[in-house]
Design a protein. Sequence first.
Length: 241
Amino acid sequence: MKQWLTKGLLDSSEYTPEYAEGFILGRGLPYRMMREMHVGVWTLPDSPCPDPLFARRYGPLGQSVEDWVSVPIYSPRGEIIGVEFRRWDGEYGSQKFYLPDSSWLPVFTGLVPSALHRIWSGGDVWLVEGLFDLSLAHAVPAKDVVLACGGAKITPNQVAFLQRFMSDKAQVHIAFDMDDTGRKMAYGYVHPDTGKKVWGVSERLSRAGVRSRVVEYRGGKDPGEIWEKFGTSSLKSAFYL
C-alpha cells in the first residue's frame, strides 16, 4: 500500500492545475514548501489500491477524492506515511488517511528533508495546528521550521521526535489558534467536570526536557487567517518578528 500511495501522490503532484495552485498558495502555503511536499491534485492511478480500508473510504482508485488537493505526510526518513485530501474550493474541509507506520512515527504536516536538516542544524520549531497555518513559514527566521501537529495537541511520538532531534539550545514555539481550545491545549487546564488535570503541550515538552514557550499573537484567530487577510508583513507584526 505504501508503494501504491507514494506513486499516486507523486504522480498527482507532477502537474497542479492553476485553479488548485491558486487555492493552495492563496491560503498561505509557501511555494517552496508546496513543491518539496509534492502537494498536488489527486489523479486516478492505473491500478486499484491494495488496502481495503482506503478502498471503502475513497473507492479502489480514490474516486471520491478525485480532483481534491492531495497533501503527502512524511516520516523523518522522508517516506510517505499518510495523506490529507482537501477540496480545492474548501467546501467540505479535509479527510486524512494514514498508513500503519504512523502509529509509531511522529506525524507532522510539513516535515520534509529540508525541515529536518534545519532542525538538526539548531533551528527553532514553531508548532501550529493545521495545513494552512504553515503560512507562518513566510514570517519566521529562515533557520526555523514550522510544523503542523494536526490539531491543538501533541502525541508522545511527536514529543519524542522533538526531544531527539532538536538542539539543546533550540526552542519550540507553540503557536496554536487563539481560541479557547488552542489556549487550553497549549497551557494545560483542569477539566471542569472531572477535576482532572489535562497536561498542555508546553508542560509535556517541559517534562521531556524540551525548551518551549506558548506564543501569544494578535490580529486573527490563527496564522493562516492573518496571512490570508493581511499578508506576510502583518503576520510578522502579529508575531513580533
